[in-house]
Design a protein around this ligand. Sequence first.
Ligand code: NAP
Length: 530
Amino acid sequence: MTLHGQSIIAGKTVDSTGEAFTATNPATGKSLEPVFHESPVDQADAALKAADAAFDEFRAKSPEERASFLEAIADGIDALGDALLKRANEETGLPMVRVTGERGRTTSQARLFAKLVREGTWLEARIDKAIPDRAPLPKPDVRRMMVPVGPVVVFGASNFPLAISVAGTDTVSALGAGCPVVVKAHPGHPGTSEMIGRVITEAAEKTGMPAGVFSMVQGKGSEIGMALVKHPLTAAVAFTGSLKGGRALFDAAASRPNPISFYGELGSVNPVFLLPGALQQRAPQIAEAFVTSLTMGVGQFCTNPGLVFGVQSDELKQFMEKTSSLIKGWQPASMLHAGISNSFDTGVARVIATPGVDLVARSQTPASKEASQATAALFSTDTAGFESQASLREEIFGPSSVVTHVGSKEELERIAESFDGQLTASIHGTEDDLREHARLVRILERKAGRIIFNGFGTGIEVCPSMHHGGPYPSSTHSHFTSIGTAAIYRFVRPVCYQGFPDDCLPAAIQNKNVTGAWRMVDGEMTKGDA
Ligand code: NAP
């Protein structure tokens, strides 16, 4: 596929006249062909008008038709073959093995959403039949189901160029729900974005979807993204990225004359608690798993374990020794782009300069700045050091972590209580440890969206029970997930129909259960007719 470097509006390639930019290979520092152009603000307007015009036709498509559209997207991504992997690797520096795995996740989650849409239980149909002779008042016929909210704006993430980008969970869950999508491509991987954007456009054509169901604008700078969020026809926004950018866009969404939902995935330090029994049994093994998680994807995951806590003991020392030796031996690797690499260096320098914090280990091989590389870093402190330095709670995006040696179980709980919202929290312990630290679990339930026992937050499973989203600032709406099939609920809202004749109701809540999905009829879950 020869890249054109332009935006895609409602199935057509549209020349963009804005500022020119290119993708850069972070591993070589070299620019990649072609030249892309920032989309002007009137393209945001054109994309959202087309999305709005397509909305009624698109949401009227049957579950089978929408599912086929999602499957055609997955098939189209597979058909791009190695060219897609090569481009994603060049634009992000992520190794081929990683982008190959990510492509598998992207296509399998599109197919998973297709299955969800076909099955239909996600519509949450509820039917309460009328009781006309109820005394003292008759009961009306009341039915409720989920309907799509309208055009959704999606911001692709830099660290998952496939799985959380143009055809990532945000896009496929919104399309599955029946919402047209306008993507703001991430400027870190514009070519990968164009390839996927063209696949979605072709899939829409092939499966008979209205053209405005998908558009994608390119941009490097805040103007086009802001225009999309503020556009009066935008019904909801999905975003994965920095706290700073996410908060600016969230505030813009909230301060519109008609505020809209902004689902921002903003980041987290993902505290890890090492309990005594587990350290006694397997300190070196936990250290190995920790370093694998910390350095995976060069630490560029929002679930990266940035802070670790354990009660002082010989076993905690053993954990530190093993972790230090692994960190020293870790080979520097390229980060997504020079900006992220510079932010990482600034963050690490800030921790080095923090009073009461010791640098325990760094990769012994020096990093190449030309190749935007990061070296892994391990720090330690004690409770007083951690509690006196608020900056230690800030996310450092990359392979760096601080281990706090606490004096007691009570200190561990006090620290847990002091945390802001987190995407994940991990506890390493024996089952006895877990029973003994039941209060820690209760505290973490108030802080995190996912609590992991004897594991780490990285390597997230895409499945119906996954929850990826915690209290602010880890995400802007902790009730909703951006990963897993429950992500579809961000883009629907309930509508209640009262007193309607059966044949004028949407098919999902008519008396005959045509889809065979689970529905609640008169308070009982059933697959039968009402
Ligand atoms: P980012 O700077 O927040 O950018 C994400 C997207 O939002 C880009 O398309 C960006 O467009 C747009 N954007 C950002 N601020 C904006 C604003 N004020 N107005 C309008 N649009 C705006 O995130 P990033 O480039 O992916 O990485 C930078 C940092 O984000 C990392 O260092 C890391 O801390 C964090 N991050 C977190 C996660 C996570 O999973 N939570 C993932 C990746 C990165 P432009 O670039 O065109 O302005």
